[in-house]
Design a protein around this ligand. Structure first.
Ligand SMILES: NC(=O)C1=CN([C@@H]2O[C@H](COP(=O)(O)OP(=O)(O)OC[C@H]3O[C@@H](n4cnc5c(N)ncnc54)[C@H](O)[C@@H]3O)[C@@H](O)[C@H]2O)C=CC1
Ligand SMILES: O=C(O)[C@@H]1CCC=N1
Length: 268
């Protein structure tokens, strides 16, 4: 099966790299990229061929659209004249509904909407998959299999995709932001930056592993760290005082709203 990534930026590269690490052959992967320097860089790094959209449409069984939502229109115009009857279109674009692709591509084109995240680069993606109205169960399974090789996959109704985008699509950015802020806290306390980074990254990895493998609720895990009359509760009081929980609720709600807005920009 040949997979072509249309738009090889951050997420397109994460997909190519993740698929190669998972054992996919470079000869079964293609990408398109409008910046030639970027295309050359990727071919050097991964040995995957950069091609024109027409060639990708001709050779690939699965076309993965990974351009920014704001760049979708010209790509749809181009693809509309190129899509063959056997092509399956997978969109990773935040906010864009499958109905947009179905409306603009030849009648009956199967479309599957996916929201992945950048941990795909290290085989630890969280991808949520929603089939459009022409996608068959078999095509859905093909996409689930493909994405399972680069992380975890859930199938969800498309109506939940804007929330998913805000939560697991953008989620890694919020964890990186917290880690960045905690490294700064280490600096404030006089630790060397490299030491602060090592301490916090390992704390994050350890916490992530406990969340994933221990099966305990996050509240229990947090309570286990919070000794009576100890240090952690002082920190928690400050987090509560500064409204960190409400800030996260607002942040994720706002990201969801932006996803909805990106989709609305392409309504008829
Ligand atoms: N970065 C992330 O963490 C995630 C991004 N996404 C989605 O993936 C898509 C891409 O996001 P990023 O990779 O962050 O953006 P990006 O800007 O890094 O990548 C987009 C790439 O597409 C190329 N491009 C644009 N139009 C093109 C065309 N017509 N033909 C060929 N190449 C073209 C651009 O030159 C650029 O390299 C967006 O729709 C975004 O919503 C989804 C999940 C996570
Ligand atoms: O920021 C964005 O729009 C993309 C979608 C989810 C993560 N990054």
């Amino acid at each position: 099966m040949t997979v072509a990534v249309l738009g090889a930026g951050k997420i397109g590269e994460a997909l190519l790299s993740g698929l190669l690490d998972a054992g996919h052959d470079a000869g079964d992967l293609l990408f398109t990229e409008r910046h030639p320097e970027r295309a050359a860089e990727l071919t050097d790094r991964y040995g995957v061929a950069g091609v024109e959209v027409a060639e990708a449409a001709k050779r690939a069984d699965v076309l993965v659209v990974a351009v920014k939502p704001q760049d979708i229109e010209p790509l749809l115009d181009e693809l509309a004249g190129l899509i063959g009857p056997g092509s399956l279109v997978v969109s990773m674009c935040a906010g864009l509904p499958t109905s947009l692709f179905e409306r603009r591509l030849p009648a009956g084109t199967p479309v599957i909407r996916v929201m992945p995240n950048t941990p795909m680069l290290v085989g630890a993606a969280m991808s949520a998959v929603s089939p459009g109205k022409h996608a068959t169960d078999e095509q859905l399974q093909t996409v689930e299999r493909l994405l399972s090789s680069v992380g975890k996959v859930v199938v969800l109704p498309e109506s939940q995709q804007d929330a998913v985008t805000a939560l697991s699509g953008s989620g890694p950015a919020y964890f990186f932001y917290l880690v960045e802020a905690m490294i700064d806290a280490g600096i404030l306390l006089g630790l060397p930056r490299a030491v602060a980074q090592q301490l916090i990254v390992q704390a994050a990895v350890g916490a992530g592993t406990m969340l994933e493998e221990g099966g305990e609720h996050p509240v229990m895990l947090r309570e286990n760290v919070t000794s009576p009359g100890g240090t952690t509760i002082n920190g928690i009081r400050e987090l509560e005082k500064h409204g960190v929980r409400a800030a996260l609720l607002d942040a994720i709600e706002s990201a969801r709203d932006r996803s909805v807005e990106l989709g609305k920009a392409h309504e008829e």
